[in-house]
Ligand binder design. Structure first.
Ligand code: NAP
Length: 325
């Protein structure tokens, strides 16, 4: 059986996802929907997708579609995931899966009631490089993990009409890229949290354009996470243990990881030409073929924990979006 996909929102990430999807063997892109018929038709032609809709509502009524990839801006995820679930579709939703953990609790309940598959597209967790780094940690190759330092920053487009700078679209560094550092921390430590400390700078448009946070876990592990839309940061994750460290350049889209200890220096390289969205898509197909309702790699509880950390950071830095007031 082949899993049929619909893409909801024909923007930038949808394009990258569709590009990598070309090598995914167990699924087919059957439909795409955009608010603009021109955009969906163009997208469908470019990626050889049979059906192009100008309405999300119409697309999710297509009985042939098994799963919808929600690729709209953060603020719409809550509404669009509900639309899919109410119409009997499984969902892979872009990160952050919702703007806060209260929204996610509602989505989780709905997915459970409908007995449908639901997962956040935290694609990083499925990358072979990250899986290799996790394996090194589990094998104790760097000893007990004590610290994580992670940064993700670039010169963002600060035009208010673009999603990154626009508070109405839930813009800002934390929800867009800080989430990757938090997800990394959760992968490395996977522990109860003891405390969180956060600082931020705000742009003229009212979003966090620079932030710094520290998380301490109950086992003593600590993470320092920086994200920026004003500067290009080092863009690396370094995981420090009592016996050595693991360095992962561009960790959110990792292609390389280095294990560095007194005894060994090992480099892992993923030489595949894709960006890596194919791994999560392949996994979703496999899970759907097994009638699973969640991913064991990115369970909803993990997404909830990450969102609850972001809720706390937002409380500390005073970041509220206009539609939440
Ligand atoms: N996994 C990753 O590596 C990655 C990378 C980038 C982004 N993302 C995530 O993907 C999501 C989309 O990001 P993107 O960069 O693709 O965004 P985008 O291109 O700016 O927008 C995506 C889609 O959202 C809808 N949209 C945009 N602005 C809107 C507005 N003002 N009002 C109503 N709808 C609007 C549009 O859908 P229509 O086509 O229907 O008009 C648009 O095509 C975000 O949640 C982001 O966090 C993930």
């Amino acid at each position: 059986m082949t899993i049929n996909w619909g893409i909801l929102g024909a923007g930038r990430i949808a394009r990258k996802f569709a590009t990598d999807f070309k090598i995914v063997p167990n699924g087919k892109l059957l439909a795409v929907a955009s608010r603009s018929q021109n955009r969906s038709t163009e997208f469908a032609e470019e990626f050889n997708i049979p059906e192009a809709y100008s309405s999300y509502e119409e697309m999710v009524k297509n009985p042939e579609i098994n799963v919808v990839y929600v690729a709209t801006t953060h603020n719409f995820h809550f509404e669009h995931v509900q639309l899919c679930l109410h119409n009997g579709k499984s969902v892979l939703c872009e990160k952050p899966v919702s703007v806060n953990s209260a929204e996610l609790a509602i989505l989780q309940k709905l997915a459970e009631e409908k007995n449908l598959f639901f997962m956040e597209a935290l694609w990083t967790y499925y990358l072979p490089t990250i899986q290799q780094a996790s394996k090194w940690i589990k094998e104790g190759r760097i000893g007990e993990v004590k610290q994580l330092q992670v940064s993700f920053g670039f010169h963002g487009d600060m035009n208010k009409n673009r999603r990154l700078a626009n508070p109405d679209l839930a813009g800002g560094a934390l929800l867009d890229i800080g989430i990757y550092g938090i997800a990394m921390s959760e992968l490395v430590f996977n522990e109860e949290i003891d405390s969180i400390h956060a600082l931020a700078h705000f742009s003229e448009t009212g979003i966090d354009d620079d932030n710094n946070l520290q998380i301490r876990y109950k086992n003593g592990g600590m993470a320092q996470i920086s994200s920026s839309l004003t500067c290009k940061l080092k863009n690396e994750a370094v995981i420090y243990g009592t016996k050595g460290r693991i360095e992962i350049p561009n960790f959110w889209m990792a292609k390389k990881a280095c294990l560095l200890t007194k005894e060994e220096e090992i480099e892992f390289l993923d030489k595949t030409p894709q960006l890596g969205y194919n791994y999560e898509a392949f996994a979703v197909n496999e899970l759907l073929l097994k009638n699973a309702t969640e991913s064991p790699v990115i369970p909803i509880e993990k997404s909830k924990k990450i969102l609850s950390i972001m809720d706390e950071v937002r409380k500390q830095i005073g970041l509220k979006y206009p539609f939440e007031k």
